[in-house]
Ligand binder design. Sequence first.
Ligand code: PEP
Ligand code: MG
Length: 761
Amino acid sequence: MLKTPSDPEPKAAPRTRPRRGRRIKDARKLFARLREALASGAASLPDIASLVAAELPADAVAIYVARAGEFLELAATHGLNVNAVGRTRLRMGEGIIGMVAASGDHLNLPDAQNHPRYVYRAETGEDPFASMLAMPVKRAGRILGVIALLNRQPRLFAPVEVESIATVAMLLAEILARAGATDLPEEGLGDSLPRRYAGHVLAGGIARGPILPYGAAPPIAQLLTDDPEAELKRLDRAVEAANRSLDGLMAASLPGGSASRDVLEAYRMVAQSSGWLSRVKQAIGDGLTAETAVDRIARDLRERMRRITDPYLRERLADIEDMIGRLMVALGGGAAKPERADGYLLLVRRLGPADLLDWHARGIAGIAIEEASTSGHAAILARALGVPALQVDRGAVEAAHPGDDALLDAEGGTLILRPEPEVIQVYERALAARSVRAAALAKYRDMPAVTKDGTAISLMLNVGLALELDQLERTGADGIGLYRTEIAALAAGGIPDVAAQAAEYGRVMDRAKGRRVQFRTLDLGADKMLPGESNSDEENPAMGWRSLRVALDRPAILRRQLRALLLGAQGRPLAVMFPMVATVEEFRAARDLLEAEAGRIRPAPESLEAGTMLEVPSLLFQLPCLLAEADFISVGTNDLLQFLFAADRGTPELADRYDVLSAPVLEMLERLVAACEEAGVPLSICGEAAGRPLDALAFAALGVTTLSMSGNAILPVKALLAAADLTSLRPVLRELRRAGAAGGSIRDPLTGWAREHHLPV
Ligand code: PEP
Ligand code: MG
């Protein structure tokens, strides 16, 4: 019988005050006895259940172990009906026990039977028990079982009790793992069966390869000690070593100067706060080795932090984890990164920008991250690098085994561990179709982008990292239409100094080999925050104090960047554009700074152009004045659309609501093209829309002759343009715009027209 929340007779609300008297007796004694059991190898699970019941405040103890086939079986009990042993089974995710196994987190429930996920098993005789503390039994990230303490009284188990049972669970994991394979599972849950994890796409693409879970705790060689003094000394030495590595980091010339130093100081404060270290010391005093104690307290910290919703505090969790990693390495227990990881799919809990770059250099083919957001740095970088990336549900890191076959579908939003052969076939077909298409597109690389009616369109790249520059050769792009300078700052965690910036910009121009590069000055803020900065005070950060607005109010950073651009150019032609310009006055102020810096730097650039992004609709109503002053214009449709339609670009519910391919936007673009043509000012479009083939086709039909897009879009757009006749499209487009005058999308009928004409959309 399954009790559900809709059961007609819900129990009265529980008393959650802890019961007096029945408290933990002597954790050290319990751990010592478990240690003996571990050393002798003769421990039986019923003995352990009784031992735990005797030493911890529990009326009953149940030990469930994982069995092949993804279920948990009651393997021993003290206080429940022993006849249920070997009979009571729960599937992964079923009931409280299954939930704890699935999530890897403990549950502390004063009234377990009234929990919506409670599943009643009459044979266990668990009716009289109200409260339950269920703790996963994990080893090296694998779930081996669950240990549950039950009490008749409804009560919340106290933190010290939770900590003690967590330690018991660690020891139990060791006992289970070392026991013979006859009555205990050799495999953890989910070791052999396929597992799917839903996710959000961070960077599109599909990849198949062996999975590389990184960050799940490796097994600890020795759990308990007879010599706490020696362990305390080991801990002290490890803390010193971790401190030294942090000092080294802080002494190094930090990109971003004081901003990154502040971040590291904050990190040091959290990571080394005496609170958690003294708890580690206490656990060592209880008989745990230094690494067991660090791991024990770390798990607890992680769990607490996970319940916090404040993004700043959650970021601090990463700091603590990082410090724990350093301590574990110093104690000899941390996992080192493999030299190479070619073709592997990396699976991690969190990933910082520097680490992502590091893994990319080691050759990973895809990334799944448990805690990431689409606008986070990892996502920005993964997109920039063209590595498929997904944010996946929690639990994947624990369930994966290094080397397991996996499919990362960063289009449909799924990670599949150990996929079934039929699923593999479907994906293999999709991957094969992609490579056929890629091969067919390859021929366009060395062809100019020209439409069937002979209109030449210049296709340029949107990039933001030196790493991406080989796309220039791979795609045959005409240049870089948008170099997002803030990406390097985000990757470094701070704004690099003038020399480092100049070197980067110089490298970009070297690689461009004379092709045009339009450098956009730092566009930070809103979704692109540097570590340590926060816009939490602003109600609308996208419309807040960001980007050029900050740069004009605090001109030192912009001046340094402009100097770096001029230095990097080394006398070559230089084109600089400013983001988020809302008035001609702002453009003038920025251009004046550029000219002032240019007056000081030698050699002077062969030519110096000051352009503007067109992302704020107000500029559309200042065109005559703007076009008299700007050397070129690049339309950022991403931001322009969000401001035109008052529709946040990061809100998934609005993602498809308003369309670039709609009468109002096309009308606006047509007028802009005409105005720019009349003024003789070059116009390009560099928002995401420019890289969507159908949109690019419509822009070309409106007269836009330069489009800038991410590397993977260049060849598909070129192929479509090559097959399209703009003269026959124009009247169709006019008609569709007339019919769609109410503002809705004309995408579907335009797609229909393109298909009728056998165009590759
Ligand atoms: C845009 O807004 O369209 C644009 C290209 O800038 P970003 O996406 O970097 O804001
Ligand atoms: Mg923008």
